[in-house]
Design a protein around this ligand. Sequence first.
Ligand code: ZN
Length: 349
Amino acid sequence: MTRTTRRPAGPIDPDRTDPDGAAPGRTRGPGREHRPRRSKLLRSVTVLAVLAPLGLAGWLGWRTVGSPDRSVPAASAAGPGTPAAAPPGGASPTADPTAATGTPAPGTTPGGTADPAFPLAVPTSTALAGRTVLLDPGHNTGNSAHTAEINRKVDIGNARKECDTTGTSTNSGYSEAEYSLDVVHRARAILAARGATVVLVHDGDRPWGPCIDERARIGNTAHADAAVSVHGDGGPANGSGFHVIMPAKVVAGKADTAAIVDPSHRLGLLLRDSFHAATGEPYADYVASKGLDTRSDLGGLNLSTVPKVFIECGNMRNPADARRMTDPQWRQQAAQGIADALTSFLTTR
Ligand SMILES: [Zn+2]
């Protein structure tokens, strides 16, 4: 697939040609993701009054540095230091220790004492209350066993493209699909604890896909306020670093990104800065420019009607990047950077 920016010759990476992936998905839609998230959030909001002052401090800290004028969201500064927030396997936010972060509970006295007659059950944070975030874990571990399905061409407006791709992997076999789903789970926990409704394009519950057009459609149908597709790249082994991909203006066929180009660019800048601050990962030295790229060949972006960007968190074919991406603590930092960028995007202008 033709790219909009130059890319050095090198091993062909599935992502190079198709970072987004996908399947005719009737089995699952955003609605199914919503309901459990909400109920889990309600359960997760029960916090001890004694923790509230701590949470307030954290929230204020985040607010202080979370402006788009700053490249380092506060939660990132503190974020990598919250490995305890890592939900192994992306469990529900209920078990997320970050549940302690948030606004003071109503029903709490100035001294922080709860009225015993009213058990505290309040959102851990309302920063993202009423906002919907779409998280798109790139590819699917089942894609390699469903080549016929994922090779089917779908319409992305200015071209026809494979429904989805298998994605890449590290030399030791850790797949991009596993990586992206894990990071998405971690980011979901953080965002849910801040009050967001988080919709996943898939949750490891489909045999393959979904197709790239459906990946976009799920965010559109959910009326997501922002969307991020998470990937690991498969670039030349001597190249390293991460980059963010933003939508080009594409008005062709069923694609019309005119309305999302600007907000997606703002999201892309926030994500570039936040991810860099949270992980220390350098900007890619083999593709993009200063960690930013703009493309017109990705169905997941072309067909989106909500602000959306992709992030290639690192180059899985590079030994140093692969080492980091295989480390759960680093993945927690990656998730923190993604969640902080989305939070900044949704709470600032
Ligand atoms: Zn990918």
